[in-house]
Design a protein around this ligand. Sequence first.
Ligand SMILES: NC(=O)c1ccc[n+]([C@@H]2O[C@H](COP(=O)([O-])OP(=O)(O)OC[C@H]3O[C@@H](n4cnc5c(N)ncnc54)[C@H](O)[C@@H]3O)[C@@H](O)[C@H]2O)c1
Length: 245
Amino acid sequence: MVKVIVTGAAGHMGRIVKDLVEQSSDMEVAACISPSAADGALAHPEDFTGDADIVIDFSNHEGTEELMNYCTAHGVPAVVATTGQTEAEKACIAKAAESIPVFFSANMSVGVAFLTKIAKLAAQVFPDADVEIVEAHHNRKLDAPSGTALMLADAVKEVKTDAEYRCGRSGHCKREKNEIGISSIRMGNVVGEHEVFFNTGSQTITLKHSAHDRALFAEGALDAARFLLKQGPGLYGMDDLMGQE
Ligand SMILES: NC(=O)c1ccc[n+]([C@@H]2O[C@H](COP(=O)([O-])OP(=O)(O)OC[C@H]3O[C@@H](n4cnc5c(N)ncnc54)[C@H](O)[C@@H]3O)[C@@H](O)[C@H]2O)c1
């Protein structure tokens, strides 16, 4: 059985991951990590002294450095699904990936990976279009714009290399041609909506993904864990999981 450490175990995603691992036939929970240390969880990864095969992390970016230090020191691969990392925290993830396998994606759904690919394709086909991204999430989400919105913007920027991100729009200032506008909405219990608009002046192409159930991301994280256990050190993402360039 694959022994899994679940970080952010008391959170919305962590609880779903824990349940899915417990229900699976090939995995078991080795430890739960949660700063509150409630329900038998440990406060820090280093508090766990047993054996583990992998970490699945849906927590908070402030724990990323500590988690990467634990994983590197103990040779434990990590699926990092947490979003909102600073550049320094992203550098910690990249550094860890030099010695252990790390899977890092702001969105664990294959549908969003597909959306990202076609957003890049649309940017190639419509190089002069105004690009706007609108994302909606539940009212508890901490980071804005969402990691997925930034991932979509990054895919467009691979084509429109001079693009600049404009997160939120207000005041008296017209749109610049090289902008990628990113707008965030927070309300109720919305699981995750992402729309990318390409407006050429005479037409609009709209690409949209709606997540209906958070289990989608947890299932993707377990698939990523199974994939990662077969890999050597390196940084992996959804493209690798889908077996494409
Ligand atoms: N990659 C994806 O597909 C995907 C999907 C959904 C959510 N997320 C991300 O996963 C994260 C968690 O989302 P959620 O909806 O479960 O949030 P949540 O607020 O419900 O849960 C977060 C949990 O992390 C814990 N935590 C806080 N600081 C911590 C630290 N320093 N170390 C360890 N744990 C800490 C909290 O106690 C809480 O239990 C967010 O960053 C969110 O954006 C990613």
